[in-house]
Design a protein around this ligand. Structure first.
Ligand SMILES: *Cc1c(COP(=O)(O)O)cnc(C)c1O
Length: 435
C-alpha cells in the first residue's frame, strides 16, 4: 500500500519561495494557488513568473533608442530622502512655486520668457488649450490633426480642453491665408492657432505647411506642439554638424526664435530626461497656465522636477553628449558599435563554442523612436544570430529585448550600454544552449 504524498503546508511552501525575493504575503498567495492547482513543484516557477511582472531593468537591443514600451529615454537619477525646496523660497523663508526652479532653467535653455512643467506633453497641450482657449476656437491644419502613439489624438485632446477645433487647409497643403480666413470668418472667436508636429508620419509629394515664422504674423498667439523635445536644432552639445537624421525635427530654441508664443514638448524624448511635459513661452501666457485649476492636477512631483533640473543643468553645462544616456547612444561612432558586436561574437565562439557559421556582425539602421518620422534612421551595427531567440533572451537574469527578421535574431548595439556586453554574452550563450 502506498502512502499518498501529502501536500506541504502553505506556510512551508511559502517559506521555500523566499529566495524569489518577493515579500512573504505574496509568497503565501502564490503557495496557496500552487497547492490549489495541484502544482506544488511549479511553485518556484510561479514565483519567478510573478517577479517578472514587476518593473524590471532590461537591456534594450532593439535598436529603437527611445522605446516607449521600455520607458523611452534611459535615465540615471539618484536622490536622497532629504526634504527639498519643492515649494519653498529659501530667500524669504516663505512658500514658493514648484515651477520656479526648473522653469527658469528651461526659459534660459530655450530663449523663452518663462516655462513650467507638467506630467507629460499630452498634459502640457491639454493645459495650454484649457487655460488659453477654453470655449473659444483654435484653427489647426488638416495635415496636423493627427494621432500620436498611445492615443494622443489632437481633436480629442482639444475637445477635452473645452476649446473648439477649426480644421483649416487640406491634408497636404495649408497656407497662411487658410488661417487668416478662419480668423476673419464672422462668428468665430479664435483664441490662438496651434501647430502640431506630425511626429510619426510623413506626407510626401505636393505638400505645403505654414511655418511658425509666417503664423507669427497673425493677430493671435501661436502655439507649437513640437513633441520631440529637441532643444536646439544646431545640437551644440555634439561635436561636429547636426546628425542627418535630425533634419526636419522641430526644435524649441528655433520655435521660440521664429515667434511661437507657446511651445510644448516631452521631457523623455530627444531631451533625454524623465517623463514630463515642458511648456515654454510668453510670461503672461505661462502665468495663465499656472493659474488654471488643471495645473494643480497635472503638476509633477519633486522626484521628476529634480531629475528634470539635473537634465537642464547638464545641457547648460555642455555635458549632454556624455552625461545624457540618449545622446551618448547617438554619439557612439559606428566603429565602436562594430567592435562591441565583434567582441560579443568572439566570446561566444571562443569561450562558449558557438558555431561561427551561426553568428555575424551586420550593418543595421537604428531608430530614434518615440514617434520619430518613418524612414529616419541612424547607422548602426547588430550582432545577428541564426534562429528566433527572443523568448530565451527575455528569460535571461537581466532580460535582453531584441528583434527578429527572417528567422534571425538581431541585437542592435546602438541602443545598448557598453557595460552590458557581458550580460548579453551570457544571455546569448544560454539561449544558444552551449554552456
Ligand atoms: C509625443 C508627442 C506627444 C505626446 O507626448 P507625451 O509626452 O507622450 O505625452 C504630443 N505631441 C507630439 C507632437 C508628440 O510628438
Amino acid at each position: 500500500m502506498t502512502v499518498p504524498n501529502r501536500p506541504p503546508s502553505v506556510d512551508t511552501l511559502a517559506r521555500s519561495l523566499s529566495r524569489s525575493g518577493l515579500p512573504h504575503p505574496l509568497c503565501v498567495e502564490i503557495a496557496r494557488e500552487a497547492i490549489a492547482a495541484d502544482d506544488v513543484d511549479g511553485a518556484p516557477r510561479r514565483a519567478e513568473e510573478y517577479r517578472r511582472t514587476l518593473l524590471t531593468d532590461v537591456i534594450n537591443a532593439t535598436g529603437v533608442l527611445l522605446h516607449t514600451n521600455l520607458g523611452r529615454a534611459p535615465l540615471a537619477h539618484h536622490q536622497t530622502a532629504s526634504a527639498q525646496t519643492v515649494e519653498f523660497d529659501l530667500a524669504t523663508g516663505e512658500r514658493g512655486s514648484r515651477q520656479t526652479a526648473v522653469g527658469q532653467l528651461f526659459a534660459r535653455l530655450t530663449g523663452a520668457d518663462d516655462a513650467m512643467v507638467v506630467n507629460n506633453n499630452a498634459a502640457a497641450v491639454l493645459l495650454v488649450l484649457a487655460a488659453l482657449a477654453e470655449g473659444r476656437d483654435v484653427p489647426v491644419s488638416r495635415g496636423e490633426s493627427v494621432e500620436i502613439g498611445g492615443s494622443f489624438r489632437v481633436p480629442e485632446v482639444m475637445e477635452q480642453s473645452g476649446c473648439r477645433l477649426i480644421d483649416v487647409g487640406t491634408t497636404n497643403r495649408t497656407r497662411l491665408s487658410d488661417y487668416e480666413r478662419a480668423i476673419a470668418r464672422p462668428g468665430t472667436d479664435v483664441a490662438m492657432v496651434m501647430k502640431v508636429h506630425p511626429s510619426n508620419y510623413r506626407v510626401e509629394g505636393f505638400i505645403e505647411d505654414t511655418s511658425i515664422g509666417d503664423l507669427a504674423s497673425l493677430d493671435v498667439p501661436v502655439m507649437a506642439d513640437i513633441g520631440s523635445g529637441l532643444l536646439d536644432a544646431n545640437v551644440p552639445w555634439l561635436s561636429g554638424a547636426p546628425p542627418a537624421w535630425l533634419a526636419g525635427e522641430p526644435a524649441a530654441v528655433q520655435a521660440v526664435a521664429d515667434g511661437a508664443d507657446i511651445v510644448t514638448f516631452s521631457g523623455d524624448k530627444l531631451l533625454g530626461g524623465p517623463q514630463a511635459g515642458i511648456i515654454v513661452g510668453r510670461a503672461d501666457l505661462i502665468a495663465q497656465c499656472k493659474q488654471h485649476p488643471l495645473a494643480r492636477a497635472l503638476r509633477p512631483g519633486g522626484l521628476v522636477l529634480r531629475a528634470l533640473q539635473d537634465t537642464a543643468l547638464t545641457y547648460l553645462d555642455k555635458r549632454a553628449a556624455t552625461d545624457i544616456a540618449f545622446w551618448r547612444m547617438v554619439d557612439r561612432p559606428v566603429r565602436e558599435l562594430q567592435e562591441s558586436a565583434q567582441r560579443i561574437l568572439d566570446q561566444l565562439v571562443n569561450e562558449f563554442g558557438v558555431d561561427p557559421a551561426t553568428v555575424a556582425v551586420e550593418s543595421t539602421a537604428a531608430l530614434p523612436g518615440a514617434g520619430s518620422a518613418p524612414g529616419v534612421t541612424m547607422p548602426s551595427r547588430a550582432l545577428v544570430v541564426e534562429g528566433d531567440h527572443l523568448v530565451s533572451l527575455r528569460g535571461a537574469p537581466t532580460p535582453v529585448i531584441a528583434r527578429t527578421r527572417d528567422a534571425r535574431t538581431f541585437l542592435d548595439m546602438r541602443s545598448v550600454d557598453p557595460q552590458h556586453e557581458a550580460a548579453i554574452v551570457s544571455a546569448l550563450a544560454a539561449a544558444l544552449d552551449n554552456r
